[in-house]
Design a protein around this ligand. Structure first.
Ligand code: PLP
Ligand code: ZN
Length: 459
């Protein structure tokens, strides 16, 4: 379609009735279609997880070219809520939410950074980092939370009684839930594992006025409590077994392809903990392929911390077996999960792609962060896991130039300054911190400052 007037001929908010989505059984047991405004997380027929399913026939009523033009037309524009990277794709995300119920903070539309200098250093010219952490609450969790909280706002408007929304979190989900609920005036409850989230991550829900419970356990322990709370007390569950969130996270893959002028990259690397995101990103690509918007799939790589690696262990058996584990403490605290909720979703998606699961040690992830930071990035430890896995796959020849590789950066490094400080001070245990850069402490004296500078410059 080349008509320059095209963008004005597309109705930006088509009737909600035309595009339809519902909860269906993720395992495909035939449990039926349940409305998205029902408070339900598990298939009533088989007890498995639900997924949001879309009326593909309705979506096909527009051609692939029409969708691309429409999405490009809305991208980063001002017509609320369509300038959002998530709501600009509303028909493929959550068509039933009325625009006036959408709680958006202009999420998505994050920079796809050409990591030219880092790429040169590692021999990969076409390396890109999708900066999903450059977002309202500093992580990619905003993408899914806007969908969930918008649906809650709509349900409350329809007079469903929902006294509060709750989540267990490794730090970023709770920050996103707290902010979106605060913006909408909905009470939020966040349940965090004590001493296992960063200072910034603890302060975010406090500042946004969420009821913040700090439990003496790990994430998996918090998850057990919130699950019971939400089954017994009519509080709405915001964890990712609630598949509404995955619909927002899915827009990451659509947006990446859009940012490459609708070309598919060769490899996408995603750090994985609870595994909702690797599933969502995979599903985004599959949906685009089903709608004819792309004609091939990228290779998918899921990157895990060695100390919280149940998916990696399953991958080693060709996904023929899976065992939850007790996750050990890792610097990549947001993915310190031994019993991931979305394990079945992730395995199903990874089997549909040419895919790899790889792991990174504490030293590998910390060095990867520091090396990449020296080229102008400012990474979180989870992005470090993804980068360390990239370095490994390059070394083994499983990824090669001139392939186009996208690393998903999941959170902003400023949330993890404790980790960076300890690295640069050489205080992280069991590692050489080979890229550490320490401040030089001096009296306020010109000659001493000059000497210190020229000692380095003349090296
Ligand atoms: C949530 C999160 C992840 C992992 O996403 P999952 O869906 O749990 O696998 C990775 N990095 C950061 C920063 C996160 O907050
Ligand atoms: Zn079922």
């Amino acid at each position: 379609m080349t008509n320059p007037a095209f963008s004005h001929s597309v109705d930006l908010s088509p009737p909600a009735s035309h595009f339809r989505a519902w909860f269906g059984c993720a395992a495909g047991c035939g449990g039926g279609e349940l409305p998205l405004n029902q408070v339900i997380y598990y298939c009533p027929a088989c007890g498995g997880l639900l997924e949001v399913q879309h009326d593909l026939a309705a979506l096909r009523s527009r051609s692939a070219e029409e969708w691309k033009l429409l999405f490009d037309d809305r991208h980063r524009r001002t017509m609320y809520p369509y300038g959002s990277g998530v709501w600009g794709k509303k028909e493929m995300v959550c068509p039933a939410v009325a625009d006036h119920n959408v709680v958006s903070m202009y999420e998505g539309g994050t920079n796809l950074f050409w990591a030219e200098r880092l790429g040169k250093q590692i021999g990969l010219e076409d390396l890109w980092v999708k900066q999903c952490g450059n977002s309202h609450t500093g992580s990619f969790k905003d993408l899914g939370m806007t969908v969930l909280v918008s649906m809650v706002k709509q349900m409350i408007a329809e007079v469903t009684r929902i006294p509060a929304v709750a989540c267990a979190s490794t730090g970023d989900t709770s920050a996103a839930l707290a902010a979106y609920c605060a913006a909408a005036g909905i009470p939020a409850i966040v349940i965090l594992p004590r001493n296992r989230v960063s200072t910034a991550q603890l302060i975010q829900p406090m500042a946004n006025g969420a009821l913040t419970l700090s439990l003496d356990t790990d994430f998996d322990g918090c998850m057990r409590v919130v699950r019971e709370l939400c089954t017994r007390e009519n509080i709405y569950l915001a964890n990712s077994m609630n598949s509404l969130r995955l619909e927002g996270q899915k827009t990451i893959s659509i947006e990446i392809v859009q940012q490459f002028d609708w070309e598919v990259p060769d490899v996408v690397i995603v750090p994985g903990g609870n595994l909702g995101n690797i599933s969502a990103i995979g599903r985004g690509f599959l949906l685009m392929r089903d709608l004819g918007m792309i004609d091939r799939l990228p290779r998918l790589v899921c990157a895990q911390a060695e100390r919280a690696n149940p998916l990696y262990r399953s991958f080693l058996t060709g996904f023929s077996s899976y065992q939850p584990i007790q996750a050990q403490e890792t610097l990549a605290s947001a993915i310190q999960i031994g019993d991931p909720v979305s394990i079945d979703r992730a395995i199903k998606v990874l089997k549909a792609f040419d895919s790899v699961v790889e792991q990174a040690t504490e030293e590998e992830l910390a060095d990867a962060v520091a090396l990449a930071d020296r080229t102008g990035l400012f990474n979180c430890p989870h992005t470090g896991v993804a980068l360390a896995v990239l370095f490994k796959l390059l070394e083994r020849g499983q990824i090669k130039s001139p392939e186009r590789v996208v690393v998903i950066s999941t959170a902003h490094g400023l949330k993890f300054t404790d980790f960076k400080r300890r690295y640069h001070e050489g205080k992280l245990p069991d590692m050489a911190a080979r890229y550490a850069n320490q401040p030089v402490e001096l009296p306020a004296d010109y000659d001493k400052a000059r000497d210190a500078i020229f000692r380095v410059l003349e090296k």
